[in-house]
Design a protein around this ligand. Structure first.
Ligand code: UDP
Ligand code: MG
Length: 337
């Protein structure tokens, strides 16, 4: 975005062309961190590129932070971003994006559900020219309700974002830096990273990845938290719910008008009936009922527009300007007559 000057077209100068950044959100994962590092370190060695690992401690109340800080002392590639309290997985990812320096950014969970051994394949897919690469969990190791919720979530997200993907929930993903920079610049309060990333990307790929059961501890997502995430997604990406109000309102008013016409016809053919007045009252009431819905929808439409403005997502993002430099372009403009 250039108009507000909020997102620079040149992106972060700190980015290093060779560097791969791993961003791992951690919330009470003390029991998993040693095993994670034991598998992550060899996977990074296979990458054959310089890398850094950004652990974001999302307000853990167990020993996670101590373990991570110890790791950072022992290995110079490791950094720990400590959040003041628990902000949620996606906010933790944003904090990680803001604090990493790589040209390619890979995210994964700390509970070993995402095998670190898959990282080189994700990086290779980005190097092949994709802006975003999503992992697609082939065999899910989650409970039945989680799998059902995921299926609904994928359909919903695909429809809302306008990019069909099999697996929006898999957090083993890789991004080009300009995507994570744009997400950071949006600074949204209820961000859903995979959906936001797809709405800013030109080339998106999905590659099959393995999935494992949680190594230790419990999932941090209850059914309520999942529903909340989906609701945030819908309201964060479209005004559809409020627009549906207007449509329902128009539908009710049209039906009420039809009902009134039927009543008039009935009266002409059969003459006045005893309960005719009651039905007429119904038709009138329904008509106004519809108008009220329509009015709510219209108000919502305006609020929706205000919301779009307040949200300040970029309307467009200039990645580079090719051809004549801006000065030439100005000089080439026809002189005023
Ligand atoms: N997580 C986090 N903050 C939270 C919830 C989760 O940083 O508020 C981290 C968690 O430590 C893990 C990842 O996000 O590394 C995924 O969480 P979880 O495994 O609970 O989610 P699930 O796999 O059940 O979707
Ligand atoms: Mg998990």
């Amino acid at each position: 975005m250039t108009a507000s000057g909020k997102i620079s077209p040149l992106f972060s100068a700190a980015a290093s062309a060779e560097l791969v950044s791993l961003v791992i959100p951690v919330y009470n994962e003390a029991a998993n961190l040693a095993a994670l590092w034991n598998r992550l370190a060899p996977a990074l060695a296979k990458l054959d590129r310089p890398c850094e690992v950004i652990f974001v401690d999302d307000g853990s109340t167990d020993a996670s932070l101590t373990i991570l800080r110890d790791l950072a002392r022992r290995d110079r590639r490791v950094r720990v971003v400590e959040l003041a309290r628990n902000f949620g997985q996606h906010s933790a990812l944003l904090a990680g994006f803001r604090n990493c320096r790589g040209e390619i950014v890979v995210t994964l969970d700390a509970d070993l559900q995402n095998p670190p051994e898959e990282i080189p394949r994700l990086v290779a897919a980005i190097e092949a020219g994709n802006d975003v690469v999503g992992g697609w969990r082939q065999t899910r190791h989650d409970s039945g309700y989680r799998r059902l919720a995921s299926r609904l979530h994928n359909r919903l997200t695909s429809a809302i974002v306008g990019v069909a993907m099999h697996d929006y929930g898999c957090m083993l993903r890789a991004y080009r830096r300009h995507i994570t920079d744009t997400i950071v610049a949006c600074d949204e309060k209820a961000a859903f990273v995979p959906a936001l990333a797809n709405s800013f990307a030109k080339r998106i790929a999905e590659i099959p990845v393995a999935h494992a059961e949680r190594a230790a501890g419990q999932s941090k997502y209850s059914l309520f938290k999942l529903a909340h995430l989906s609701l945030n997604l819908v309201t964060g990406f479209s005004n559809l719910p409020i627009q549906a109000m207007s449509l329902i309102g128009i539908g009710i008013s049209v039906l009420a008008t039809l009902m009134a016409l039927v009543l008039v016809g009935h009266r002409i053919i059969y003459g006045p009936q005893q309960e005719g007045a009651l039905w007429t009252l119904f038709a009138v009431a329904f008509f106004f009922f519809g108008l009220v819905f329509l009015a709510i929808g219209l108000i919502g439409e305006y609020i929706g527009r205000i919301y779009l403005e307040v949200r300040r997502r970029p309307t467009y993002i200039v990645r580079a300007v090719h051809g004549a430099p801006p000065d030439d372009a100005v000089a080439a403009e026809p002189a005023p007559r």
